[in-house]
Design a protein around this ligand. Structure first.
Ligand SMILES: [Zn+2]
Length: 441
């Protein structure tokens, strides 16, 4: 990494970087070395944000997919294979819901609408900027912990661009790993069985990332990841012409919601699209709702959830991708701050409400959606029904995954090969770490 920093320095003299990083804890400014995840100064945990030289919102009309917004993305390279979601308004859906100002950000696979995310979820938006930001991505192994969708997106992108990648996920998420073609062998998948969940995957990934030659993808702390997710609202504002009044999304880590807030704040400084960020209405799937409980209790600290209770709740929710037990809630610039800054609120939906919303969307729009997207829709329906929203307001609903069945119709998908299975009881052993690292030696 020291070598990388020196190299970056010689390059900098040739071209000014198009962005710098700013710590939201102490306001320190940094040049990006492509790896920085947090501020080195000692203070309470804080996220870094990007400040771009170009303060005007200028999509690159010559580029399709997420790199269309590359002037407001960290990283420098444009990679092959990047798709995008699509923002659209459906008269039929809006009539059924009685919300004429509703727009859908469909982040999945629905080519007829212009949504071309090959893994059918918005997690794919984060992958391309993350890979674009790493200075020489083929020299280390990128380590990714995931509940499922992020894994699928990294696996596909790294396979397409032959970037070595280790993916660690709980066995429940392995169902997401289905692709039209076999993955390149530079991508290795480790599946955690037994009682292990997403948090266990994160813990193991952190241990592996400390080994020489491995580098952590970084999760919510990775600015490239958040900025990629934020392109959802850039795409929406490019389509609609102004910043929405409300933004509905279901959350796990909260990275997407934080990103949308940061991106709209940047748009407010441009000035042509509105002066305020949207009110964020963030939702979780009952009974696992730690962010909701913390926010409604007016707490900056996340409520404590006993390990066993948490795992038991996670087993009960239908939207498994929302099962993050350590969301970016309290951290400076995190979910608590963006809810506060936007005048936002939290909502919940249970499994039955989620299923009903899923069916409604499929009947009206003719496309399948993931449970996580249905959680957000269910909370929008309830909020509208009980008068919690001005019905003429401009609302953006993020359908964070959809079109899997649509994709199966056109393409035969096959399950990716799992390189190693680890039982939850073996996680702490040293030899477990050796076996994982050994996949790349
Ligand atoms: Zn700082």
């Amino acid at each position: 990494m020291a070598h990388g920093a020196a190299h970056a320095h010689t390059r900098r003299t040739a071209t000014e970087p198009h962005y710098r990083l700013r710590c939201q804890g102490c306001d320190a400014l940094f040049e990006d070395d492509g790896f920085l995840l947090e501020c080195p100064n000692r203070h309470e945990p804080a996220l870094v944000v990007a400040e771009y030289r170009n303060t005007r919102f200028e999509p690159d009309a010559g580029v399709e997919g997420v790199f269309r917004y590359r002037r407001w993305l960290p990283g420098t390279r444009v990679l092959a294979g990047a798709g995008s979601g699509a923002t659209y308004r459906s008269e039929r859906l809006n009539r059924v819901l009685g919300l004429p100002g509703l727009w859908v950000a469909f982040n999945g696979y629905w080519p007829e609408r212009g949504a071309t995310l090959g893994t059918a979820t918005f997690k794919e938006l984060e992958v391309w900027p993350v890979l674009s930001r790493i200075p020489r991505p083929r020299e280390q192994v990128l380590v990714v912990a995931s509940a499922g969708n992020t894994a699928a997106a990294f696996a596909r992108a790294c396979s397409l661009n032959t970037i070595p990648c280790l993916i660690i996920l709980p066995v429940a998420g392995a169902a997401c790993l289905r692709f039209p073609d076999a993955l390149h062998p530079c991508v290795k998948i480790v599946s955690l069985t037994g009682c292990a969940d997403y948090s266990d995957a994160i813990a193991l990934a952190n241990r592996v990332a400390r080994v020489d030659g491995f580098v952590a993808e970084g999760g919510v702390k990775n600015i490239a990841k958040r900025e990629g997710l934020g392109t959802t609202v850039l795409n929406a504002v490019e389509t609609i012409g102004r910043i929405p009044d409300y933004y509905f999304q279901s959350i796990g880590s909260g990275a997407g919601a934080i990103a949308v807030y940061d991106a709209t704040m940047r748009l407010t400084r441009d000035g042509r699209f509105g002066r305020r960020p949207p009110r964020l209405v963030l939702s979780q799937n009952q009974p696992f709702v730690p962010v909701h409980r913390s926010w409604r209790a007016h707490r900056r600290e996340l409520v404590e959830i006993d390990d066993e209770v948490g795992k038991n709740q996670i087993r009960q929710i239908t939207a498994h991708v929302l099962s993050n037990r350590r969301p970016a809630y309290s951290v400076r610039g995190g979910v608590y701050d963006v809810l506060t800054g936007s005048g936002g609120d939290t909502r919940t939906a249970d499994n039955l409400e989620t299923l009903q919303a899923k069916r409604l969307f499929e009947e009206v729009e003719g496309i399948d959606i993931d449970p996580a997207g249905a959680v957000a829709l269910a909370t929008l329906i309830k909020t509208a029904r009980y008068g919690g929203i001005d019905r003429r307001a401009l609302i953006l609903l993020n359908i964070t995954g959809g079109g899997r069945r649509r994709q199966h119709r056109g393409t035969k998908l096959r399950a990716a090969r799992v390189a190693l299975e680890i039982d939850g009881k073996e996680l702490q052993r040293d030899e477990t770490l050796d076996r994982v690292v050994g996949l790349f030696r």
